[in-house]
Design a protein around this ligand. Structure first.
Ligand SMILES: *[C@@H]1O[C@H](CO)[C@@H](O)[C@H](O)[C@H]1NC(C)=O
Ligand SMILES: *[C@@H]1O[C@H](CO)[C@@H](O)[C@H](O)[C@H]1NC(C)=O
Ligand SMILES: *[C@@H]1O[C@H](CO)[C@@H](O)[C@H](O)[C@H]1NC(C)=O
Ligand SMILES: *[C@@H]1O[C@H](CO)[C@@H](O)[C@H](O)[C@H]1NC(C)=O
Ligand SMILES: *[C@@H]1O[C@H](CO)[C@@H](O)[C@H](O)[C@H]1NC(C)=O
Ligand SMILES: *[C@@H]1O[C@H](CO)[C@@H](O)[C@H](O)[C@H]1NC(C)=O
Ligand SMILES: *[C@@H]1O[C@H](CO)[C@@H](O)[C@H](O)[C@H]1NC(C)=O
Ligand SMILES: *[C@@H]1O[C@H](CO)[C@@H](O)[C@H](O)[C@H]1NC(C)=O
Ligand SMILES: *[C@@H]1O[C@H](CO)[C@@H](O)[C@H](O)[C@H]1NC(C)=O
Ligand SMILES: *[C@@H]1O[C@H](CO)[C@@H](O)[C@H](O)[C@H]1NC(C)=O
Ligand SMILES: *[C@@H]1O[C@H](CO)[C@@H](O)[C@H](O)[C@H]1NC(C)=O
Ligand SMILES: *[C@@H]1O[C@H](CO)[C@@H](O)[C@H](O)[C@H]1NC(C)=O
Ligand SMILES: [Cu+2]
Length: 652
């Protein structure tokens, strides 16, 4: 099949993703394996998904630019939903004007004196149709997606979050920020705060120190962020002046999967017994809060109202200019392969770590990760180009007939934003991913070296999904299925516990979860009497890739692998730190743990508090895939959690 760049189109439906539990099927009997394998049209290659390259289709058969697609927008045709005369579609009253609000001001003063920056975020519920399909969703200040929050390093952010919902509590997590000394403003329901009840507000008040770059904020109450409670958060610093030499324009690009039902509906279905971890498959995806959806995908009896005027996002760029695109995956489940036809991209930031420019044709971004890429408009101005954000559907267990996983937006040099890219817009030949994994962290070298100090502690944690008749669909971290504490937080319980007669059972560098009022908490004390440098070997006993996020820290990625862990290598090269082995590894806050793989991460546990460490796939976190590190018990003992934060908990 030729890659003629004609149009975005669904991934070839004749090639369904393989089942995600081949090993389980094998346990269930070879007969079942064969029958299922054949019924999926994949034959016996199925059982060897992870290492049988012969079953991996070549990139052209997965290409989004298949000419056979029924949904094809013909070359040079007017893009769906747009007027032929080039008039930009009107904004709905609830749509954030991302063309204005997500373009950063290059005149922003990077060296302004530290100041207080205040924002208001009011959460409400209403009807929205980001891709034309009308649904209940949640808004921030009446808009979707959320406003850009910006500050300089050293500034204090005051964000007044008001819960305008009638029936649910909320909280906002500042993804990637250290909250050093303000753990109670980390925004994690059941860990650092109780939810803000309907009608109430919480003023988040914290100072940003020792970090800058691309972050985001989102609700950390259940799956609420999936319904719209999310937005970008950018921290500037004097160091940005140097990196600004690489680009002329700086803009935010949110990419996410999108569902046409309220998240709680999908969550209930997912958590039903005997569902074998079949995550809800997205109905569509969004780029900066919008995308095209072909309404005729739904029959008349679908129960969905769909407006035919949805359209792709169009990014205008000046010819010969360079743009920093700050890509953020703000979705629930899907990892994306991203690329721009005819243009290679230069990666300069991973999460909030600036890296030496690393050229790629196509990259991968998993849930909650960020990459800044520099895009140079150095190609012909005669056509528009596809920006491709293709969901890695091989990581989905189920299928969804309405999903066009090969999402696109348009990049236009000419300002003519109405026409589809021509044949001259050509997709890269590089293969699309067939597994959920990260851009190789060992190719991303931090621009500012920060060498990891030698580890003083080592912990191993294993995670897996309990499956089978009695296991429901729950995830376990060392056997513990997380669910948030009700009416209290692990932070509050810890402070009380450390001050109780039972204090010694809390002040230990090991699991303290047993002391909590619920057996659903796996809490690991890692630094009871001072700063410790902590190595964690995270071991996956599952066949999917899981993007793990550590709150309150950037961690170093020391080693990744699969199969048995090599202790000889660990003791020889990583602990005590061998400068040659661990020199300047990538630091980030969200890392994909590969299928049946492991990673060793290192962090400095100097930041007092309870820090969630969890898979950021929203369905998996709700299934229990969350643990916590308890840092600096000695400081936690005297931590003054503000009374108005404690007062959010109903029982107090
Ligand atoms: C939407 O789908 C229908 C039915 O497959 C097709 O006829 C139509 O051309 C599609 N519309 C667009 C704009 O792609
Ligand atoms: C372009 O077309 C749209 C829809 O047909 C119309 O509403 C708009 O007024 C037109 N704009 C101009 C400048 O002609
Ligand atoms: C965009 O291109 C189309 C097709 O060539 C043309 O009809 C339209 O007038 C152009 N619009 C603008 C704003 O240049
Ligand atoms: C799309 O169509 C719906 C229903 O007619 C209308 O309410 C909405 O304003 C339209 N949106 C745009 C951007 O034209
Ligand atoms: C930025 O702030 C610094 C410190 O207040 C000031 O000296 C400088 O003039 C400002 N720069 C601009 C461009 O406003
Ligand atoms: C936060 O916003 C709410 C709603 O506008 C307001 O009632 C409240 O006084 C504000 N709180 C602070 C501390 O400004
Ligand atoms: C509130 O939560 C309940 C149950 O968790 C859910 O059914 C409902 O849709 C949610 N409403 C909002 C506005 O989030
Ligand atoms: C956290 O705060 C402590 C005490 O002020 C300081 O020593 C440490 O460097 C800070 N860590 C980070 C990552 O900001
Ligand atoms: C924010 O926190 C700082 C430090 O605790 C405190 O001094 C300040 O009064 C707080 N600001 C508001 C508006 O509450
Ligand atoms: C987690 O479980 C693994 C496997 O049983 C074990 O080796 C490890 O020590 C446990 N980790 C902790 C912190 O208890
Ligand atoms: C939490 O508090 C609410 C309101 O006081 C109460 O109805 C509920 O039963 C409590 N839940 C638990 C698990 O204690
Ligand atoms: C384990 O690591 C050591 C030291 O790096 C190396 O010599 C050895 O070959 C490794 N063993 C395996 C099984 O890879
Ligand atoms: Cu996961």
């Amino acid at each position: 099949m030729s890659n003629n760049g004609v149009s975005p189109a669904p991934v070839d439906k004749s090639l369904p993703p393989p089942a995600r539990r081949p090993w389980l099927l094998a346990i269930g009997g070879l007969g079942i394996l064969v029958i299922l394998g054949l019924s999926l049209g994949l034959g016996l290659g199925l059982g060897l998904k992870h290492d049988d390259t012969s079953s991996i289709p070549d990139s052209s058969s997965l290409s989004p630019s298949s000419t056979s697609s029924p949904n094809a927008t013909p070359t040079g045709a007017v893009l769906p939903g747009l007027a032929a005369n080039g008039t930009a579609p009107a904004l709905e009253s609830w749509q954030l004007d991302t063309k204005r609000e997500y373009v950063l001001d290059m005149a922003w003063n990077l060296t302004a004196p530290p100041q207080v920056r205040s924002y208001n975020l009011v959460i409400t519920k209403g009807l929205g149709w980001p891709d034309g399909v009308v649904r209940d969703m949640l808004f921030l200040n009446g808009k979707f997606p959320g406003p850009l929050i910006e500050a300089n390093i050293g500034d204090t952010l005051l964000v007044n979050v008001t819960n305008g919902l009638s029936d649910n509590s909320t909280s906002i997590h500042w993804h990637g920020l250290y909250q050093n000394g303000t753990n109670w403003f980390d925004g994690t329901t059941g860990v650092t705060q109780c939810g803000i009840p309907p009608g109430q507000s919480l003023l988040y008040n914290f100072t940003i120190e020792n970090q800058f770059g691309t972050f985001w904020y989102h609700s950390h109450s259940g799956t609420q962020y999936l319904d719209g409670i999310l937005g970008p958060l950018i921290i500037h610093a004097p160091e940005e002046a140097e990196v600004r030499k690489l680009y002329d324009t700086d803009r935010v690009v949110l990419v996410q999967d999108w569902y046409h039902d309220f998240s709680t509906v999908n969550l209930a279905t997912y958590l039903e017994p005997e569902n074998e971890n079949t995550e809800p498959v997205p109905d569509n995806g969004l780029i900066n809060g919008k995308n095209y959806f072909n309404c005729s995908s739904y029959g008349n009896d679908s129960g969905h109202t769909c407006y035919e005027n949805s359209t792709y996002n169009v990014f205008n760029v000046e010819p010969n200019s360079r743009t920093r695109f700050r890509l953020l995956n703000t979705g629930a489940f899907a990892e994306f392969d991203f690329s721009v036809d005819n243009h290679s991209l230069s990666v300069i930031e991973a999460d909030s770590t600036l890296v030496n420019p690393h050229p790629i044709d196509r990259g991968q971004i998993h849930v909650a990760q960020r990459y800044s890429v520099v895009f140079e408009a150095n190609q012909s101005t005669a056509t528009n180009y596809w920006l491709r954000m293709s969901m890695i559907t091989f990581c989905f267990t189920g299928t969804n007939p309405v999903l066009n996983s090969a999402m696109t937006a348009v990049i236009s040099y000419s300002g003519n934003t109405t026409i589809a890219p021509s044949n001259a817009s050509v997709d890269w030949k590089d293969a699309y991913s067939v597994e959920c994994h990260d851009l190789d962290p060992f190719n991303l070298v931090p621009a500012r070296a920060m060498l990891p100090p030698p580890a003083t502690k080592f912990y191993r944690v294993d995670f897996s999904f309990g499956i089978g008749d009695y296991q429901l669909d729950r995830a376990k971290v060392n056997g513990t299925i997380w669910s948030p504490l009700a009416n209290t937080t692990t932070l509050q319980e810890t402070v009380i516990g450390l001050n109780s007669g039972n204090a010694s059972s809390w002040s230990v560098d090991e699991q303290v979860g047993g002391a909590l009022p619920s057996n659903n908490q796996f809490v690991l004390g890692v630094s009871s009497t001072g700063v410790e440098v902590v190595d964690v070997l995270v071991y996956s006993l599952d066949e999917g890739g899981h993007p793990f996020h550590l709150h309150g820290h950037s961690f170093w990625i020391l080693e990744t692998g699969s199969g048995p862990f090599n202790w000889t290598n660990y003791y020889a090269n990583l602990m005590p730190s061998n400068p040659d082995a661990v020199a300047n590894p990538l630091r980030r806050d969200t890392l994909t743990i590969n299928a049946f793989g492991w990673s060793v991460i290192r962090f400095v546990a100097e930041n007092p508090g309870l820090w969630a460490f969890h898979c950021h796939i929203a369905w998996h976190m709700e299934a229990g895939l969350l643990m916590q590190f308890m840092s600096r018990a000695d400081m936690l003992k005297t931590m003054d959690v503000p009374a108005h934060v404690i007062a959010l908990c109903p029982s107090s």
